[in-house]
Design a protein around this ligand. Structure first.
Ligand SMILES: NC(=O)c1ccc[n+]([C@@H]2O[C@H](COP(=O)([O-])OP(=O)(O)OC[C@H]3O[C@@H](n4cnc5c(N)ncnc54)[C@H](OP(=O)(O)O)[C@@H]3O)[C@@H](O)[C@H]2O)c1
Length: 248
């Protein structure tokens, strides 16, 4: 079995810990400078994972935007943007969503094995659909990505996905941005849901870095023993060339 990918969780919340508003339109939490930083983290990744509800609600492209980052990746023999990965049980995904239609890069959809045939029929050749047993466990998902050559995985939410990665102790690093506004509506999604997290009670996470970026603050947490070596190998922070896989 291949070594599990290095997993970076990336999220932005309001001051009261929400990822978004309860109703459309989508809430903008990041600012331009921070979006550029996130683009740099994307550029350093082999794959980006979001939950199916984020695909439905936000219709994200999940592409590297910066021409400089794209050029650097391509010079290193990589696709201009990381693979896109999502996970679903219902299979309620529109093949016309930007997730599927943008970027000539592999798109993977993980689902329970029982749903795979139906989802394949819906999505056609816009994605590779991977059935992973009775229920999709994130540990099995990242192991499958590792077997496909993914070494750096960025997880961009939403709450359901972040919760599972954290509770299963699969995250090596967390980037949490706090924006200077409140949502004030408990119907809205919080950063994470209820779970037994490894960092609770006496066990505290390690704060590795705090940075003001315009009007937001970025907190970077080291969540695994792999953090230090990874950090040392990737200085300056996320501005070096990507180290991951080639074109499949
Ligand atoms: N501020 C930020 O940084 C940020 C980033 C991303 C998203 N968001 C926001 O977060 C909200 C979405 O978060 P969310 O928690 O509602 O949804 P989510 O985590 O994006 O997606 C949840 C969905 O993913 C699928 N899923 C998750 N785990 C699964 C598993 N183990 N097996 C099979 N399927 C699984 C299910 O899809 P099916 O329902 O299809 O079965 C589930 O309903 C949106 O409002 C979005 O705007 C904010």
């Amino acid at each position: 079995m291949s070594e599990l990918p290095y997993v970076t969780l990336s999220s932005a919340t309001s001051l009261d810990g929400y990822l978004d508003t309860a109703d459309p339109p989508r809430l903008t939490l990041s600012n331009k400078e921070d979006s550029d930083r996130v683009d740099g983290v994307r550029a350093h990744s082999d794959a980006i994972l979001v939950g199916a509800r984020t695909v439905r609600r936000d219709n994200p492209r999940l592409l590297v935007r910066s021409p400089a980052h794209r050029t650097r990746r391509e010079a290193a023999g990589l696709p201009h943007s990381p693979w896109k990965v999502t996970v679903t049980t219902t299979g309620d995904l529109d093949p016309r969503a930007a997730f599927f239609t943008t970027g000539e890069i592999p798109k993977l959809v993980y689902c329970p094995t029982s749903a795979a045939a139906r989802i394949r029929q819906n999505l056609g050749d816009s994605a590779l659909v991977v059935g992973l047993g009775a229920e999709v466990e994130m540990r099995e998902l990242v192991a499958d990505l590792a077997d496909r050559g993914i070494r750096e995985l960025m997880v961009e939410g939403g709450a359901t996905v972040h919760t599972q990665f954290l509770a299963a102790n699969l995250a090596d690093e967390l980037h949490l941005v706090v924006a200077p506004l409140f949502v004030g509506d408990s119907r809205a999604p919080r950063f994470v849901g209820d779970a037994a997290f490894p960092w609770a009670g006496d066990r505290r996470a390690t704060l590795a870095d705090v940075r003001q970026i315009g009007d937001v603050v970025l907190m970077r947490y080291a969540l695994s023993t792999r953090f230090a070596a990874h950090d040392a190998a990737h200085t300056p922070w996320h501005s070096g060339p990507p180290v991951g896989i080639g074109i499949p």
